[in-house]
Design a binder for this molecule. Structure first.
Ligand SMILES: [Zn+2]
Length: 325
């Protein structure tokens, strides 16, 4: 193993970690070390340099060129030196993987990004092709772990109904208007859960919402002073649907154009007889003589049925003309 730092390749780590080796077989194994020699206790915030032990974490990461990629991180356990602290030993936090996770945050995000548009089984199959082995159940577990940090002091929110997982169920998404990050995801879209949620968020002064009146009445009921605005997307949707209505009522169903001019009414249909180009027969050595039998007598065909001048055919032609009008 090479223990010198590999320069300029730690783009996916933080400043406290560096890559000291890698191995490429069926998998890509990247060996990572921690630079830190001190850490602050998660309980009392006392900074300690007291290393208790080293240990290795094995984390699956986003694959490089569809090759299963693993980070092997040499990490530290520290002892808290504060005698009044309840924590004696704690592990060094990694900015790219939560404690007890076997996948990096980047990989979990990647999996969620793909699973969002597929069933768990479909996502599992696609991910396998991309170099990530993850079961249907694990994908579901990653989904179930998504949490939102609520902010009871939020002053401006956006509310929208969203379809979860390919429209299997609906939810009400609430986001902070300042930076549009999600702060709550409530079941249903009938406004009942929104009503309950609003009771704990009385500082809200402005709500951007869609057109759903269920949300409007929930907001009116709990926060009557609150300003309700339609968000840009729904304003635009309203505008286009109104314009559609206007076009539908103001414009005729069909507009007739002939030679670059708009016609006020449909022109009369003109029936033209289609002329057969007889010159086409010139090259075909066409025999137009009367047929004769073996004894030289003329063969006479009864061609009344196909004669366009017979009464029956004339009537048929007349009917056809009537029906095509
Ligand atoms: Zn402590």
């Amino acid at each position: 193993m090479r223990y010198e730092e590999i320069d300029n390749v730690s783009f996916f780590l933080d400043k406290d970690h560096f890559i000291y080796d890698y191995k490429e077989t069926d998998t890509l194994d990247i060996y990572v070390k921690s630079r830190t020699r001190s850490c602050s206790c998660p309980s009392c915030n006392t900074v300690t340099e007291h290393i208790h032990a080293t240990y290795q974490r094995h984390l699956q990461d986003v694959p490089v060129r569809s090759k299963p990629t693993w980070l092997h991180v040499n990490s530290y356990k520290f002892e808290c030196d504060n005698p009044e602290c309840s924590v004696s030993v704690f592990t060094e936090p990694l900015s790219f993987a939560r404690p007890s996770q076997v996948r990096t945050d980047a990989l979990n995000t990647f999996i969620l990004g793909i699973a969002m548009f597929l069933s768990n089984e479909g996502a599992s199959n696609v991910l396998k092709l991309l170099g990530i082995t993850v079961s249907n159940d694990t994908i579901q577990r990653i989904y179930d772990k998504i949490g939102f940090e609520d902010d009871p002091d939020v002053e401006g929110i956006g509310v929208d109904d969203v379809a979860i997982r390919k429209g299997q169920k609906y939810a009400t998404a609430i986001y902070d208007l300042k930076d549009h990050h999600l702060i709550a995801l409530l079941d249903g879209r009938d406004g009942k859960n929104l009503e309950e949620w609003l009771k704990g968020h009385k500082k809200i002064r402005m709500v951007a919402r869609d057109r759903a009146s269920a949300y409007a009445s929930a907001i009116n009921k709990i926060l009557p002073e609150c300003i309700q605005v339609a968000d840009r997307f729904h304003l635009f949707q309203n505008l286009t649907s109104h314009l559609k209505e206007i076009f539908r009522s103001e414009l005729p169903e069909e507009i007739l154009v002939q030679d670059g001019q708009v016609l006020s009414e449909a022109p009369d249909k003109v029936y033209r007889e289609r002329k057969v180009d007889l010159s086409l027969f010139d090259d075909t050595h066409y025999d137009n003589t009367v047929p004769i039998d073996e004894e030289g007598n003329t063969i006479v065909f009864d061609d009344r049925a196909s004669n366009p001048n017979c009464a029956k055919e004339k009537k048929r032609a007349e009917d056809r003309k009537k029906n095509s009008r």
